[in-house]
Design a protein around this ligand. Structure first.
Ligand code: GTP
Length: 657
């Protein structure tokens, strides 16, 4: 992996993944806490609702018994009101109570008379005399005391099964009856099978007894109460009917089991609302209810779980979803923040880079420009504007080649090369807006689009005008005399070599002139060196004027000059040119406002008359010049004619002015 991509990867881990994982972990913790808390709250709410429901049911059973007790108390009042209660009155009273509708579960209201053994026979005869010839107290057999159900309304077939039944003969009933007698209060029996019970699935039964005493008897001791006892007003209850009638629809979801006493054994089970439920509910409540001297244990079980608590799971799911969304939001937030930071960093880097390049471009000593696809300026840095002497606003949109000298083939080649996307570097002469010429090195870099079309060209222009001038100057100085501008000796000799070759080929005559100013030292000494220079320049100019354009003139050094005359016909012709020069030099000068005079001594050597090569001709001309000096200066002298190897024409004597 490249270093920068691994660096970017580490940055992403640090700025996006890590904080997202932290948020994720926090979200999971918070989510777990929230789910746990929600579960606790839900469980507590269920517990509270369950407890409320069980309290409600307990209270309802208690209230129901209060009402039944009231019924018995009402019946006792009937006895007290009419000293002797007839069977008809009893029936009327019970009918008025509308038992099935108003008191569900109650099997009837009865009266069981208390019978001492001595009264048993009379009792049975009295009842038989009322129209029940088969009446007898059951079960039969001698006992210490008897009771017998004499009234039981409604007197239907079921209750008639209990008619004459001695409840004292049965221990459970007896216990309740004796308890009520002992206390003088209502007493509830334990679990019994009612005499009236005939169902194949019998319900457990209980009976509620209220003792009835003679009205005017003292009752403050058990003995007095026993003496005054007439019997018991009582009600038999079928537990199933009793409790089912007590509960409403919402109660039936709860499993209620009622046990007689403190034990919760199958034997003591009085009622089970849902015997089909094998297991205990998630919530269970147990409470003890004291009802008329009897303890009932009520066991409540919550409804069984049916695939969980849907609303709670929905809420937990919502919390998990919110946590997930929170994590996603956090991840996208950190990623977006990272992207924004990266963009800001790139933006800052681009700005810095742009500022850097802008400075470089604007301060560059090179001309820098951008051209559009039509090779028109779209940008030009200040240096280029200076070079072309054109401000930016006039430059933008102007074709680059407009600054070129008229050269259509060169412009065409340049354009084609760039359109092909080929970069190049070349030297180009430019004409500024003001017409000044300058030489630049152009480096171009074209940029093509994906389809290969030219989009832009970046140009760099380096002004080499000064360098070119210097080079030309150096080249010039290498071959010329700097004071007079004439060719120097080396250059002269080189060109003279060429001239000799031409003369050989074309059989023409050349004349080499050595010219030395006379007494030039005195000029320097009297007028000064600068004046001497001016005189040298002027003498050189006058010499040049005396020559044809094709003739060569050079300064050998000091006050010595050389001239090469081409196509010389005769020696006199050469002498004529020398004389012309002599006279021109001898014409007075005005140097620094002062008139002065000069003269020159000239030696002449002809090709091929006086020599066939450079050296011999130079020697001959030099010697002739010294001869001219020696004969008095301000004159020209011809070299002596050489007889061998040359074709000497006429050989004139030294020329005298
Ligand atoms: N002003 C000036 N003087 C120069 C230059 N080059 C050489 N000279 C002087 O020119 C003089 C040349 O002297 P010569 O040729 O030796 O002697 P002359 O005085 O000309 O006398 P003759 O040649 O014998 O007539 C010297 O005094 C040099 O110093 C120059 O470039 N400028």
């Amino acid at each position: 992996m490249p270093a920068d991509s691994s660096g970017a990867g580490r940055g992403w881990l640090r700025t996006v993944l890590l904080p997202t994982l932290v948020i994720c972990a926090l979200a999971v913790l918070v989510g777990i806490q929230a789910v746990n808390r929600l579960n606790e709250v839900n469980a507590q709410a269920r517990r509270d609702a369950f407890t409320l429901k069980t309290s409600e049911i307990t209270l309802r059973i208690e209230e129901r018994f209060k009402a039944y007790r009231q019924v018995l108390t009402g019946a006792r009042a009937l006895f007290h009101a009419s000293r002797e209660v007839s069977r008809g009155e009893w029936q009327t009273y019970v009918d008025a109570l509308r038992l099935p509708a108003a008191y569900p579960g109650i099997q009837g209201i009865g009266f069981a008379a208390y019978i001492r053994p001595a009264e048993l026979r009379a009792h049975e005869e009295n009842i038989r005399a009322e129209g029940f010839p088969d009446y007898r107290v059951s079960p039969p057999g001698p006992r210490a005391e008897y009771s017998a159900i004499v009234f039981i309304e409604p007197f239907d077939w079921r209750n008639q099964r209990a008619f004459g039944y001695d409840m004292l003969a049965e221990p459970v009933r007896r216990e309740a009856m004796m308890k009520s007698l002992e206390l003088g209060l209502p007493a509830l029996s334990g679990k019994v099978r009612l005499v009236q019970e005939t169902a194949s699935v019998p319900q457990a039964g209980v009976l509620l007894y209220l003792p009835l005493f003679r009205q005017d008897a003292g009752l403050h001791t058990p003995g007095l109460r026993e003496k005054a006892l007439l019997g018991w007003i009582y009600s038999p209850f079928r537990m199933g009917d009793l409790i089912t009638g007590t509960l409403d629809n919402s109660d039936t979801l709860v499993r209620l089991r009622i046990y007689d006493g403190h034990e919760t054994t199958p034997e003591s089970l009085l009622y089970d609302s849902h015997p089909e439920r094998p297991t205990a509910g998630r919530l269970q409540d147990k409470t003890q209810l004291e009802l008329d001297s009897r303890i009932w244990t009520l066991v409540f079980d919550s409804p069984p779980d049916r695939g969980g608590d849907a609303p709670a799971y929905l809420e937990q799911g919502a919390i998990v979803l919110i946590c997930g969304l929170f994590v996603l939001l956090a991840a996208s937030f950190f990623a977006a923040r990272n992207r924004a930071r990266e963009l800001a960093r790139i933006g800052a880097s681009l700005s810095a880079s742009e500022a850097r390049y802008s400075t470089l471009v604007n301060q560059s000593f090179e001309g820098i420009a951008a051209l559009d696809a039509g090779l028109r300026f779209s940008f030009a840095n200040p240096r280029l504007q200076d070079l072309l002497e054109a401000p930016g606003e006039t430059l933008i949109g102007t074709p680059f080649t407009r600054f070129w000298p008229d050269d259509p083939p060169r412009v065409r080649h340049f354009t084609q090369r760039l359109q092909q996307g080929r970069a190049g570097t070349f030297e180009q002469e430019l004409l500024t807006r003001d017409g000044r010429s300058l030489t630049v090195i152009v480096t171009d870099s074209p940029r093509l689009d994906a389809d290969g079309h030219l989009q832009e060209v970046i140009l760099t222009l380096t002004d080499i005008s000064e360098r070119k001038t210097s080079e030309e100057r150096i080249r010039f100085l290498a071959s010329h005399d700097s004071l007079t501008g004439l060719a120097n000796r080396a250059s002269f000799m080189e060109r003279m070599g060429d001239s000799l070759l031409m003369a050989q080929r074309h059989h023409t005559r050349l004349a080499l002139l050595y010219l030395d100013l006379d007494h030039f030292k005195e000029v320097n000494d009297t007028l000064g060196h600068a004046a001497g220079d001016l005189l040298l320049v002027e003498t050189a100019r006058r010499m040049r004027q005396c020559l044809r354009a094709s003739d060569l003139l050079a300064r050998q050094g000091g006050d010595e000059f050389m001239a090469l005359l081409h196509d010389i016909g005769t020696m006199n012709e050469a002498m004529g040119v020398a004389e012309k020069i002599r006279r021109a030099i001898n014409t007075p000068y005005l140097i620094d406002g002062r008139e002065c005079r000069a003269s020159v001594s000239i030696g002449i050597a002809l090709y091929p008359d006086h020599g066939l090569n450079l050296d011999s001709l130079a020697r001959q001309a030099d010697a002739a010049m010294y001869r001219a000096k020696s004969i008095g200066r301000n004159s020209a002298a011809l070299a002596p004619v050489v007889t061998s190897g040359a074709a000497p024409p006429d050989s004139p004597p030294p020329f005298e002015p």
